[in-house]
Ligand binder design. Structure first.
Ligand code: HEC
Length: 208
């Protein structure tokens, strides 16, 4: 065992001393695998100098990056620049939108009623009739109201519903504006004379 180790060491030393016959280049000490020995070959000069050049380049890059903080290679700056450009764009869009809404006239009575009709036709028509003449739900064209005929009375019914009678709550389906619009539309139906009106329900409430 011991002698084996020594032998190995001696062999390595020998190897190190050995010189290749063809090139006169020394073998690289101990690098022998399966009988193939590695030569301690110097790098070709062009490769060595290329390596030095890359070191010089990397230093100038570092100086540009950290000392002069060059715009084109500092990613953080580039990122900031692009974000600012994007923000400037959206700011313009937002301010344009703001001026648009600021100068937009409030909805006219007609527009409110039209918006209310859209909601009514989509959501309420099935029970209150195409013209509000009443079906399952009461007639909106007469002067009779079960829960009161003031806007706030209608608001309460629409918000809370009359579940046991089949009128559900629309609070979660419609927003405040939509509810106000549909109330305006319903109130505008009073006095119209639709075909097949449902018989009055509730109390007669005369508009003042
Ligand atoms: C599934 C059927 C149904 C639908 C859909 C429906 N309603 Fe009703 N609605 C009723 C019934 C039934 C009543 C009567 C409740 C009662 O007897 O107290 C009623 C009552 C009302 C009343 C009170 C009427 C009164 O005389 O006091 C209002 C206001 C009303 N509904 C508005 C609406 C609106 C607005 C919609 C749509 C967003 C709508 N309803 C959708 C069935 C419905």
């Amino acid at each position: 065992m011991h002698t084996n180790d020594e032998d190995q060491l001696n062999k390595q030393k020998e190897v190190h001393q050995e010189v290749d016959d063809a090139t006169q280049i020394k073998y690289f000490g101990g690098h022998e695998y399966d009988g193939i020995k590695e030569l301690d070959n110097p790098l070709p000069p062009w490769l060595k100098y290329l390596f030095y050049v890359t070191i010089v380049i990397s230093f100038s890059y570092l100086i540009l990056l950290f000392v002069f903080e060059d715009e084109d290679i500092v990613q953080k700056k580039e990122y900031r620049k692009e974000m600012m450009a994007a923000k400037a764009k959206t700011d313009v869009a937002v301010s344009e939108e703001a001026t648009k809404t600021a100068t937009a006239a409030p909805l006219t009575e007609e527009q409110i009623l039209a918006a209310g009709k859209v909601i009514f036709d989509k959501t309420c028509l099935v029970c209150h009739g195409k013209f509000g003449e009443g079906l399952v739900g009461p007639n909106f064209t007469d002067e009779y109201w079960i829960h009161g005929g003031k806007p706030e009375d209608l608001l309460k019914v629409i918000n809370e519903g009359v579940i046991e009678k089949g009128m559900i709550s629309y609070k979660s389906q419609l927003n405040k504006t939509q509810i106000n619009n549909v109330i305006a539309y319903i109130l505008s139906l009073q006095g119209t004379n639709p075909p097949n009106p449902k018989a009055p329900q509730g109390e007669k409430i005369v508009k003042n």
